[in-house]
Design a protein. Structure first.
Length: 201
């Protein structure tokens, strides 16, 4: 995503997974900020996300940090509360938090490893999106009645700008547990806005 191609002035964007410099969440949040958006930057790493927000401020981006474990519903809800408290609205949610933390052959997959990958890659996205949909209607910006929910897969950030890889990527056949959670986000972004408008609100 390029700030030259998008105008988000007056919009508020919540991005998760912003704690580490050089990673996708950091690049997405900064790109939205440079395009004029106000940012709520979220991460489990309180020190890291605070540092990213200071870096954003140095580049003229108005951002607020929110730290905590997004697999917990109260922390997911807090991210939306920060947006409403500081900026009075919420327009876009970008669920980036997660990552490939364990991998191996499926016959060696433990329940604990599977639970972790699903939790950090899918549960976090579901809980944050759920909190955004549940926000008071007067605060949640809509386009044609549809909440502006987004996930990382729909944000086109140049790989060389967004991601630094410090270890080899495992073969696709050894990262099934990650893919199960990660690809669930695509279903979430396709289904959640329509469901929110189609009678559940």
């Amino acid at each position: 995503m390029s700030a030259r191609n998008f105008d988000f002035r007056g919009k508020v964007v919540l991005v998760t997974g912003v704690g580490r410099a050089g990673q996708i969440g950091n690049a997405v949040a900064l790109a939205f900020g440079k395009a004029g958006a106000k940012i709520v930057a979220c991460d489990q790493n309180a020190v890291g996300v605070a540092q990213r927000v200071r870096e954003f401020a140095a580049q003229g981006v108005d951002a607020r940090p929110c730290a905590g474990d997004l697999t917990q519903p109260d922390i997911a809800a807090l991210t939306v509360e920060v947006a409403l408290k500081h900026f009075g609205r919420l327009d876009v949610v970008v669920n980036v938090a997660g990552g490939l933390t364990t991998y191996g052959a499926i016959d060696q997959m433990t329940v604990q490893a599977l639970d972790r990958e699903i939790a950090i890659n899918l549960k976090t996205a579901v809980l944050v999106s759920q909190a955004a949909i549940a926000a008071p209607v007067r605060y949640l910006c809509r386009a044609a009645g549809v909440p502006a929910l987004q996930v990382a897969e729909r944000c086109h950030v140049p790989r060389q700008q967004a991601l630094t890889v410090d270890r080899p990527e495992p073969p696709p056949g050894l990262r099934l547990r990650y893919s199960l959670g990660h690809h669930g986000r695509g279903q979430l972004v396709d289904g959640a806005p329509a469901e929110a408008v189609g009678g559940n609100r």
